[in-house]
Design a protein around this ligand. Sequence first.
Ligand SMILES: CC(C)(COP(=O)(O)OP(=O)(O)OC[C@H]1O[C@@H](n2cnc3c(N)ncnc32)[C@H](O)[C@@H]1OP(=O)(O)O)[C@@H](O)C(=O)NCCC(=O)NCCS
Length: 168
Amino acid sequence: MEIKIRPWRMADAKRLTAAINNKKVQDNLRDGLPYPYKVEDAKAYISALRKVKKGSQYAWAIAVDDAAVGSITVIRKDNVHRFTGEIGYFIAESWWGKGIGSKAVELACAYIFEHTDIIRIFGIPFAYNIGSCRILEKAGFVREGTMRKNAYKNGEIVDTELYALIKA
Ligand SMILES: CC(C)(COP(=O)(O)OP(=O)(O)OC[C@H]1O[C@@H](n2cnc3c(N)ncnc32)[C@H](O)[C@@H]1OP(=O)(O)O)[C@@H](O)C(=O)NCCC(=O)NCCS
């Protein structure tokens, strides 16, 4: 099984749709994605990526043997935070627990530190998202603290964790 991150292709739209159309995935993401999510939404996302300002975000499909099974992005912050980027990711449920998320985080961070001027990558998983916290820890991220009552998700006020990886 070859795990890689690669640019999105329009042909990935169906697989991206299938991955996002899952409440268990969306329950761990920020709000704002349509649910149900349609193939047209995936196509619009992939097409919009082509117009993104260079260097403002890095978005890849996570692929197993070249087939898209998830998504990973690093979004650059602005102003005084311009050399930092926030990481976000998800894997289609049928592919959970196979080490794919961990590998994708490692690959994305290696790319960012090698090819961009970002020096700090951070992630803000919901505190209940043990799997996400774990993959950040496995990639060398340090837990900098709990951001108490930092989010409102599915009708509840919840804590989030702050994890960061600094360029060596
Ligand atoms: C979080 C997510 C990306 C993990 O991806 P994955 O490919 O399943 O993760 P891995 O297989 O690489 O697992 C890495 C580690 O996390 C652990 N883990 C994964 N899910 C877990 C869970 N729900 N509870 C406890 N541990 C978990 C694994 O046991 C493994 O640890 P180990 O190697 O020490 O045994 C995936 O579950 C997902 O897409 N979830 C929904 C979206 C999401 O949460 N995105 C992140 C938003 S911050």
